[in-house]
Design a protein around this ligand. Structure first.
Ligand code: ADP
Ligand code: MG
Length: 342
């Protein structure tokens, strides 16, 4: 155990330290003992399917819900005992929901900045700066009602940055966005981190966590089922994936037979048929396979051995697909009045 002084120093380096967080709704243990450690200056991804407990976890970290058990500290400050300090250290997207649709993006941001106590000139400068950073300068004067979903998300993110919080919570920042807008959002998030912010984002998308997060916690039914870098999570599943493409598509059937015989696994044929994929427990076995293919006169156009995708990792860790819907939840969350901590 560290001496108290060392603990205090270490706390500064952790943007988030959560220990055994629990939140119970009726009989539903929505968050069931979650530990999280997010180093300052990094992007941390909380990955899990709908209903896993991601939003509830963020709500507790952001002082919007009181944990039923466990503790959480934001840059060393306890979320239950020091909520006012914690709130000054964080930005949460979604707070910007109650904006005036008839006003322009600039006007909305200025109002928001004034509400946070910034002066008139400072508010205008801040609004212009943020709109430029988020590629919204051209739309600055347009009323919000003409904004697309992607533009709204970016404006929401811009608004959460007015107070320049060192830690930003992004709850499913790209859910429901088209691929192009999603890519723009990813760039925005990367720029945010490059400018020194710490980001904790939740996502249902494996590739999003893979692309953006330095570390990932996989959460399922209120529990962290795996934690690490994306490479560590992939490695923890411990298999490689073999991909083969035949020079002559007519050889495919023979190649499938050889793969299954030598590796002792089932091979999958891709739609364009001359491509074979197969799981491998041991990358070393590929040598035996190559010899067997040469003997069978099969010529390869392409061969690779890759780490499994995060999708495969998720399936292995949780026993179900990331896209599976939780049975006890839909997209609508039952309304229950939550106390907001004073
Ligand atoms: N305010 C609430 N009252 C009752 N149940 C809730 C409430 N918020 C969330 N839940 C339930 O808690 C579980 C986790 O929900 P949530 O944290 O929203 O998951 P996620 O954000 O990962 O989709 C779900 O079963 C959901 O129905
Ligand atoms: Mg959620």
């Amino acid at each position: 155990m560290n001496a108290p002084g060392q603990d205090a120093r270490a706390d500064q380096e952790w943007a988030v330290r959560a220990d055994g967080l629990v939140k119970i709704f009726g009989t539903n243990r929505a968050v069931d003992g979650v530990d999280l450690s997010v180093a300052a200056g990094t992007v941390y991804g909380v990955l899990g399917p709908n209903g896993a407990g991601k939003t509830t976890t963020i709500n507790m970290l952001a002082t919007l819900m009181r944990p039923d058990a466990g503790t959480a500290r934001i840059f060393g400050h306890d979320v239950v005992r020091e909520p006012q300090i914690v709130r000054q250290l964080i930005g949460v997207t979604g707070q910007f929901a109650s904006v005036d649709e008839t006003l322009s993006a600039t006007e909305n941001l200025v109002i928001f900045a004034r509400l946070l106590g910034l002066g008139r000139a400072e508010s205008r400068a801040k609004a212009a700066d943020l709109l430029e950073r988020f590629g919204l300068t051209d739309a600055a004067r347009r009323p919000l009602k003409n904004f697309s979903g992607g533009m709204r998300r970016r404006l929401d993110l811009a608004a959460s940055l007015i107070s320049q919080p060192p830690l930003i919570f992004l709850d499913e920042p790209t859910t429901g966005l088209d691929p192009r807008t999603r890519g723009q959002m990813w760039d925005t998030i990367r720029a945010l981190v490059a400018s020194g912010s710490t980001v904790l984002l939740t996502t249902q998308y494996l590739d999003e966590a893979d692309q953006l997060a330095d570390r990932i916690a996989v959460i399922d039914s209120g529990r962290v089922v795996a934690e690490g870098t994306s490479d560590e999570l992939k490695a923890s599943v411990g298999t490689s994936s073999l991909q083969l493409r035949m020079e002559n598509p007519a050889d495919t059937a023979v190649a499938v037979r050889e793969v299954e015989r030598v590796l002792g696994v089932r091979a999958a044929l891709s739609p364009e048929a001359s491509r074979i994929t197969a799981p491998m427990a041991d990358a070393e076995r590929v040598t035996d396979l190559l010899i067997a293919l040469r003997r069978a006169d099969v010529r390869l156009a392409e061969m690779s051995v890759q780490k499994p995708t995060l999708d495969e990792v998720f399936l292995t860790l949780t026993g179900h697909d990331a896209a599976d819907q939780d049975t006890n939840t839909g997209n609508t969350i039952p309304l229950e009045k939550e106390e907001v901590l004073a």
